[in-house]
Design a protein around this ligand. Structure first.
Ligand SMILES: Cc1cc2nc3c(=O)[nH]c(=O)nc-3n(C[C@H](O)[C@H](O)[C@H](O)COP(=O)(O)OP(=O)(O)OC[C@H]3O[C@@H](n4cnc5c(N)ncnc54)[C@H](O)[C@@H]3O)c2cc1C
Length: 385
């Protein structure tokens, strides 16, 4: 029995229940058997993207007219949950489908949508969003990358770091200044198709504490000539507003991920303490174990309920920035706390890589850092006090 056996939220309609089952079957057959190898070698194959696209699990929210599945964020959420419950926390698909594709859908011109969305849905294009720079990630107004007008198009210059899907991506949404003197109003989003883009270079796939098979990387742009149609939308200076509008969904994706990781940690730990013995008893028979897991389960249920509530809100078009920041803050802090307490119950085995709880512990750390650090979440929440 799963550790969290909660009633279905209202958005969990029959088609979404079926989709979740299909996604779990896909993950069990195509993903889970390979995750240990991918994590060990430090990358997963490019073909994973096409396989996921062919199975219909990329771009769930993109209308069928543009090659997507025509669903809502609820569809996206159950697919992402399946990756996580199957142990593939390093996968960049939640960002590709839930962040990059919506930028194109929500702000792109008709030509841009037709050019990019169908190929994002098949996995022929892998998407990335390049905001963070070596000089800073929290302060998006301070980006140094520039896109200067040149002839009919732009010349892009700058460097980005910590970019998810950095090695696989061939469609990169780059945050750049089209008017460096105009502050937030000078920020624009430029879409770079990397194939044949002279002056574009991928840097290192960065070595990290966790998410070992994720291709988080540096990216460099040196006088990359872009056509005018690379500007996302039709007007310069809209980038900051576009980012602010999309960040709540990005934060909910991370919160949903955190809640799923918490749930998996609890499942694994409950199974372990029922098997493992010390002093002639199974660990579950110690009151300390029961109390620890009772507290962890309570935390996990609270996180799940808040995430489920926010999924309903975003599907209904009501999720505001402060609530998205709260759910990201709450769910990721919960994941850190619960996974740490669960790991303790594994004793020395909890520290061994071959036990999934060890990887969960490492992988969960970044949840409190990316999509805006949890300190930035507190700033967003505090603004509305
Ligand atoms: C695995 C991984 C994947 C990532 N993927 C992407 C990606 O795909 N695309 C992308 O653009 N970025 C990505 N990032 C970058 C991530 O979003 C940034 O690391 C994050 O936004 C923080 O920026 P920073 O690292 O420059 O830290 P800084 O901004 O230098 O912050 C350092 C510390 O100062 C605190 N701080 C900063 N400003 C304030 C303030 N005003 N008040 C209080 N405290 C403050 C921060 O909370 C943090 O604790 C990824 C990062 C990681 C680790």
């Amino acid at each position: 029995m799963p550790a969290l056996d909660l009633p279905r939220p209202a958005w969990m309609t029959e088609d979404i229940v079926l989709l979740e089952e299909q996604a779990r079957r896909f993950v069990a057959a195509e993903i889970a058997p390979h995750v240990d190898r991918w994590e060990e070698q430090g990358f997963y194959e490019r073909a994973v993207w096409q396989r996921t696209g062919a199975a219909g699990f990329l771009c769930a929210t993109i209308p069928e007219d543009y090659g997507g599945a025509g669903g809502t964020f609820a569809h996206e959420a159950v697919i992402n949950r399946a990756y996580s419950l199957g142990g593939f926390d390093s996968f960049g698909a939640p960002l590709h489908s839930g962040i990059v594709a919506p930028y194109i859908l929500n702000y792109g011109t008709e030509e841009q949508k037709r050019a990019w969305l169908p190929r994002l849905a098949t996995g022929d294009l892998v998407g990335a969003i390049a905001m963070s720079e070596p000089s800073g990630g929290s302060d998006l107004q301070a980006v140094r990358t520039t896109a200067k007008k040149s002839g009919n198009g732009y010349l892009l210059n700058g460097s980005k770091t910590f970019i998810t899907n950095g090695q696989h991506a061939n469609l990169i949404v780059v945050v750049a200044k089209t008017d460096p003197k105009a502050g937030a109003k000078g920020v624009s989003l430029l879409v770079v198709e990397t194939e044949g883009a002279a002056g574009f270079r991928r840097g290192r796939k960065l070595k990290k504490l966790g998410m070992d098979s994720a291709d988080t990387s540096e990216l460099f742009f040196e006088d990359v000539a872009l056509p005018a149609e690379s500007l996302l939308g039709t007007a310069e200076g809209q980038g900051f507003v576009q980012l602010m509008q999309e960040l709540p969904q990005e934060r909910l994706i991370v919160a949903n991920h955190a809640a799923a990781m918490t749930e998996r940690a609890l499942d694994l730990t409950i199974a372990y303490v029922k098997e493992r013995e010390a002093f002639g008893r199974t660990l579950i028979e110690f009151q300390n174990t029961q109390f620890e897991l009772a507290a962890c389960k309570t935390d996990a249920v609270l996180a799940r309920l808040f995430v489920d509530h926010c999924i309903g809100e975003i599907v209904g078009g009501r999720l505001d920035a402060a609530t998205a920041a709260m759910v990201k803050l709450a769910a990721t802090e919960t994941a850190g706390r619960v996974i740490d307490r669960c790991l303790q119950l594994f004793g020395g085995y909890g520290f061994m890589d071959e036990y999934p709880i060890s990887r969960l512990y490492r992988d969960a750390r970044v949840l409190r850092i990316y999509a805006g650090t949890n300190e930035i979440m507190k700033l967003v929440i505090a603004r509305g006090l």
